[in-house]
Design a protein around this ligand. Sequence first.
Ligand SMILES: Cc1ncc(COP(=O)(O)O)c(C=O)c1O
Length: 468
Amino acid sequence: MDSKSLGVGAVLGAALVSAAAAYSQSTKTETTAQNLSGLQRNEVHSTATPSQKFGVVPTGQPTDTFDTTKQGPADPILGVALAYKAETRKDKVDGGVGAYRTEEGLPLVLNVVKEAEKRVLQELNEGKRNLEYLGQAGDDAFIKATRAFLFGADCPRVKNDSICTVQALSGTGALRLGGEFLRRHRPCAVVMPNPTWGNHFNIFESSGLPTGEYRYFNKKTLGLDLEGMLADLKALPKGTCVVLHVCAHNPTGVDPTPEEWQKILNVVQENKLLPFFDSAYQGFASGDVDKDAYAVRLFEAAGVEMLVAQSYSKNMGLYGERVGALSIVTHSKETAARVLSQMMIIVRANYSNPPKHGVAVAATILSDPALLKQWKVELKGMVDRIAAVRKGLRAELERINAPGSWEFMTKQIGMFTFTALTKDMCEKLAKEHAIYITSNGRISLAGLKMSQLPKIAGAIKDVMGPKL
Ligand SMILES: Cc1ncc(COP(=O)(O)O)c(C=O)c1O
């Protein structure tokens, strides 16, 4: 296990101890902050010296300049996007960032989004909407619609209000809100699949939680390592939070089958683990929004407590609008209400309240049957194009006899294909062929054009050499 991984079982016992320490540290920080604001409020009567009142927390860093700030490393995924942008060769290929492009290589704004946006702006012009602040929890219409979209309108816990949902700054913001809630109110270690979306570790570590990994991907079969996964989950201390990708696992494109999800649920229940589902691709995996929600609905129906982060970046193409939500699924309406009160405190301290426009568009689509229908058709169009690229790339690699079997490529689903290309090979792809993919061998199929596939397949064969 690498240093990132606190491992499983006994080692995570120590992680839980440090989670408790992180929690107590956070409590201390709050107490210090409260004391400081108390000092400032009572300044007139205070006998404290200025340095006692305003002295900084000792960090070992200089306190009088920015000049010593060190250069930070580029984000592994966004860094690829920057390198692609800076590339001047005309035949460059964008297989890095997970963003959908048309066959012409252009970003896509869905027609249904344009229509919903028109309605929102019209309502604004007619005075039916305004630009006042939202409450901390966000837009009520969006919250209701997104919860029903995820859990299904007939879900009993949706109906009896035992799910606390707050609007979030897309999937990333939802994960971060969840991380912060856990640190403050239910401290625990957070374990993630190996591999996982690069930002997961970043988010939970920044939330002050200890992190670890569980086995997920079998490098030999390029499929799910169910046995390893279940063994690692069984070895975790009770109460550990387990991040699960709802569908279209990023970066592997490998999802559990319904039977495998049932086995994972059994271990979660036996071991009293806390699932934290990440739903960044609902509808984007199979083209069917209900089918893609299978795992969340299975776990919900089993009555477990859990968290779910939702994103509309990919499935509605609302990337920059930052549209998402966090749902905390509890056992009762009363608990959900208390959780909401704490979520509102967290939101208030971070950004006060969320933005309005993107969620108004999403809520308009989700709550109008005709727009919903139109969206599903356009969503399926994106999914079908990615599937065609996936099939086309495999066919091209096989046609030119690139070494090894490429069958895995069409077994994987979602936006990406996770190849066995090494870091060096990925670097060579960029340097020698102007093909940009992440250094873990992940290719974003959604950014490729069919016309580029012969070039990409040829370059892959070239960087692989005669054999792997
Ligand atoms: C697995 C996973 N979770 C969450 C996100 C969050 O994306 P956003 O913050 O744009 O919603 C992404 C985006 O790539 C992702 O792949």
